[in-house]
Design a protein around this ligand. Structure first.
Ligand code: CIR
Length: 285
């Protein structure tokens, strides 16, 4: 895919939230109970925003057997007409990929690739595509073999692995780093441990990167939770990220922005990007 087409998407697959999400979704922190109605409202709001982002939204039915199925990003890595089916690092999520594979292959007719090595694990949330190269976080959910699969199936891009296993506050690489625009990488700290980990990841990225990016520094995880799609930025609300971060985004991002509250979904470690698979399908594909 030419770099000019980067971040141009014409489909987004999303998946409805099952009832089981309320009590059975995986959570890194046991906290306040999840209000399923509010979580579904957040999902509906995000779906409505996506409908205004020039993509055809494909909505999958929820599957009660998979409490985390709304976090569809973890099931595949889709870049430029190729979809690599992931191998989620948590066993309870591995079966989620079946339905996604069908849609990518049969409905969208993408070039669907499979990871052959049964020992590989790969969650889409660990894969950051900058438009020019790919970073893969090796940690709780993705291992070296998973990162090697990304390198095998996307040979046109430089694939850089970053060890994030020691970053205790992180489930996925993209909890702390996201694209805020073409060549703009947003990085988000937080408390002392979160800031230390964010700084470590930024340093690693900068030492491995083959390209130079502008860096947008934010100081909490809600602030860095964003998705750049078709020239627009979807991000969290002012209330969730705080005045300071909101001010940074206001100042630095001149293009159309959409705000979504994700405070219920984030109780189960959900982020905006985790809720969809953005896809670019070529006209004659
Ligand atoms: C999980 O633990 O797998 C889900 N509760 C959250 C997954 C979020 N995925 C992501 O940020 N890519």
């Amino acid at each position: 895919m030419a770099h000019g087409e980067t971040f141009k998407y014409n489909y987004a697959i999303i998946c409805r939230i099952p009832q089981t999400f309320q009590y059975k979704a995986l959570r890194t922190k046991a906290g306040k109970p999840i209000d399923i109605d509010r979580a579904r409202k957040e999902y509906d709001d995000l779906r409505d925003i996506l409908k205004n982002c020039d993509v055809n939204v494909i909505e999958l039915q929820e599957d009660e057997n998979y409490p985390d199925c709304c976090f569809i990003e973890d099931c595949a890595v889709c870049i430029g007409g190729t979809a690599l089916i992931a191998r989620p690092g948590h066993t309870s999520r591995q079966g989620e990929v079946g339905e996604i594979r069908k849609v990518l292959k049969n409905d969208l007719k993408l070039n669907v690739e499979e990871i052959r090595n049964a020992k590989a694990t790969l969650d889409g949330g660990d894969v950051l595509f900058t438009g020019k190269e790919i970073f893969v976080g090796i940690g709780k959910r993705t291992n070296d073999l998973g990162a090697a699969a990304v390198a095998d199936f996307f040979p046109e891009y430089n694939v850089n692995s970053i060890a994030i296993g020691k970053c205790e506050t992180l489930l996925h690489l993209k909890d702390v780093v996201n694209m805020a625009g073409r060549n703009i990488v947003a990085v988000g700290g937080g408390n002392d441990a979160e800031t230390k980990e964010a700084n470590y990841i930024l340093t690693e990225m900068q030492s491995l990167a083959q390209y130079t990016y502008k860096i947008l520094h934010l100081d909490n995880r809600a602030g860095v939770d964003m998705l750049y799609i078709n020239g627009r930025l979807i991000h969290r609300t002012r209330e969730e990220m705080g005045e300071k971060n909101y001010g940074v985004i206001d100042e630095k991002i001149p293009y159309t922005r959409h705000r979504v509250n994700l405070s219920e979904l984030s109780k189960a470690d959900g982020y905006i990007s985790s809720m969809l698979l953005p896809i670019y399908k070529k006209k004659n594909q």
